[in-house]
Design a protein around this ligand. Structure first.
Ligand SMILES: [Zn+2]
Length: 220
């Protein structure tokens, strides 16, 4: 559970608008940062499936935002790790401004196959950025993916939701009364978050859970 040392190479173009970066800008240009701040949202007591989470932080409230899509593409398919980290730092500032306290950060894992292809888990990089601002420990290997799931092919929408909802397991127990901040890249249906929350709460210890992500599903 130690903080990994990450070495970042900052490209000289913005991952949002592809414009050339100024010397003082890192990974994302100032104009895209301003645009991003206009789309950030903080909500309290939010329902995810059958669970209510304490706080929810999205840098972009809508995952269909074009700038966000460009940034995610750069991170996932072009290996732009510095963008994930810098967006994590920005997310950390958004969380800090809400004056909420947390004890630890848990990034959502990606599948082994995706990690192998990409070489990293973008949620861990985002978590590194958040941790830089909030100075919190990161529990990186906390969740286990359950591989014995029914095939998604030919299954109903409800069955697919159940499949995802049972996707994660956790082996260790968190300290009692922990305030946990889960980190994801993009929240769409909320089924993954719901699965992680279910896994944490199955350990029957009183835990408060919040979620922070680069983008969320507020289509307004
Ligand atoms: Zn830009």
């Amino acid at each position: 559970m130690i903080k990994e040392f990450i070495q970042l190479i900052y490209p000289n173009f913005c991952s949002g608008c592809q414009s050339q970066l100024q010397f003082s800008e890192k990974a994302i240009c100032l104009s895209c940062m301003v645009e991003l701040r206009n789309h950030s949202i903080v909500s309290s007591k939010v329902a995810f499936g059958r669970y209510i989470l304490e706080q929810e932080y999205f840098l972009f409230k809508n995952f269909k935002n074009k700038l966000l899509k460009n940034m995610i593409y750069e991170i996932k398919y072009k290996g732009n790790k510095s963008s994930a980290y810098i967006l994590g730092v920005e997310l950390g500032h958004l969380i800090k401004s809400s004056f909420s306290n947390f004890d630890l950060i848990i990034p959502i894992p990606v599948s082994k196959a995706k990690r192998q292809i990409r070489g990293f888990n973008q949620c861990e990089l985002i978590a590194e950025g958040v941790s830089e601002v909030l100075n919190l420990p990161i529990f990186s290997d906390f969740f286990r993916r359950n591989n014995n799931l029914t095939s998604q092919v030919n299954s109903s929408r409800y069955q697919r939701w159940l499949n995802v909802e049972n996707q994660y397991k956790t082996l260790t127990q968190l300290p009692k009364n922990s305030k946990v901040l889960i980190i994801d890249d993009v929240v769409t249906s909320g089924a993954t978050i719901s699965s992680c929350v279910k896994a944490i709460l199955q350990k029957k210890s009183p835990i408060t859970i919040s979620i922070a992500a680069l983008a969320g599903n507020k289509i307004t």
